[in-house]
Design a protein around this ligand. Sequence first.
Ligand SMILES: NC(=O)c1ccc[n+]([C@@H]2O[C@H](COP(=O)([O-])OP(=O)(O)OC[C@H]3O[C@@H](n4cnc5c(N)ncnc54)[C@H](O)[C@@H]3O)[C@@H](O)[C@H]2O)c1
Length: 376
Amino acid sequence: MAVRVPDLDPGQALDPAHNAEYPGADLRSAVSGTRTAGKAGGAAVRVVVTGGSGFLGSRLARELLAAGSLDAAGGGSGELARLTLIDQAPAPADLTADDRVTTIRGDLGALLAPGREGRDAIAAADVIFHLAAAVSGECEADFDLGVRANLHATEALLATCRAAGTNPVVVYSSSVAVFGTSPEHPLPAVVLDDTLPNPQTSYGIQKYIGEQLLADYTRKGFLRGRAIRLMTISVRPGRPNAAASGFLSGIIREPLAGLRATCPVAPDTEVVLASPAKAIGGLICAATSGDEAWGGRTAVNLPALTVSVAQMADALERAAGPEARALIDWVPDPAVARMFATWPARVRSDRAARLGLTPDPDMDSLIRMYLAEPRP
Ligand SMILES: NC(=O)c1ccc[n+]([C@@H]2O[C@H](COP(=O)([O-])OP(=O)(O)OC[C@H]3O[C@@H](n4cnc5c(N)ncnc54)[C@H](O)[C@@H]3O)[C@@H](O)[C@H]2O)c1
């Protein structure tokens, strides 16, 4: 697999027209003249992953390192020269052991302040995957955290890219949570590529604002933005997180480990899921597709598997027997159920299909993938 970098002419890339009114032009000197030819033929590629210690960020990092090269935005494959992981949490040891990896630890917004190391990393990057975010449950519980981590940090990242004047490819991990239903604007039965987002949570609102800012920075020529709306990922390994959708992994993962798990929504609740592998595939597709193939500045909906929670339990039973299914406690939580009632249950992603992205075939395969993964 190759991951691509835009074939930048340094003079053009640093065109001050992009930055004329922007005070942060200090970053230009950090990039100028630093690109070298890579073994893969094109210029060497430098990649930044924000949220690089997280669930998807660390998987993405492993994929990129294993591929060893990247074809940024269809501009030609270049050797992966440097992978910088920015996160407030420590990076997994297998990633820090790779000499192509640099880690920068701290709050993204703070790391992008003038003089801080995050700015230099962004200025030197050809491709940036922006994954750092507070998750949905956290944003509902702590409004200020969501605004700071998801909105202000995203704005700072985009402004830093603009100040660098390097026109990087910026992949933004948006979410199906941008869709929602309200009395004056009901959600259609099937979400299509042109369905109007109508987020009903702080997290969804923040993700949607991020998409729009990315689109405008792209329109202005400051960067090449690619927003992809990820579905709920299942089965997510490890410990439960604060995402409102966390139970969609928990009701499979915990019973498979012999533990009880709570399902807070009714069994007939339909949800849209994707495997970790499909999510990573979508993120890499966003980074490597040419502008024309990507098809515009609006976000792409990742293809989704629709299942009811009862069908998830059926698949669990097929994989691990009725005793595993019996470990699910069906305890309705009105707050979670209300949130889910506003989220889509069916998505038709024609644009993603044209990019070659496909949904997972069924719940059984999501469970098989999870069981096949090595455990620490
Ligand atoms: N996993 C899903 O089901 C799902 C679905 C839709 C969208 N997404 C989006 O995908 C991205 C990655 O999700 P994930 O599941 O890997 O989440 P995660 O919580 O596992 O990883 C996010 C990482 O970002 C880091 N982070 C958060 N705020 C930060 C800050 N201010 N400064 C520095 N680091 C910060 C966290 O420490 C964490 O390591 C997020 O943007 C999320 O909104 C995920």
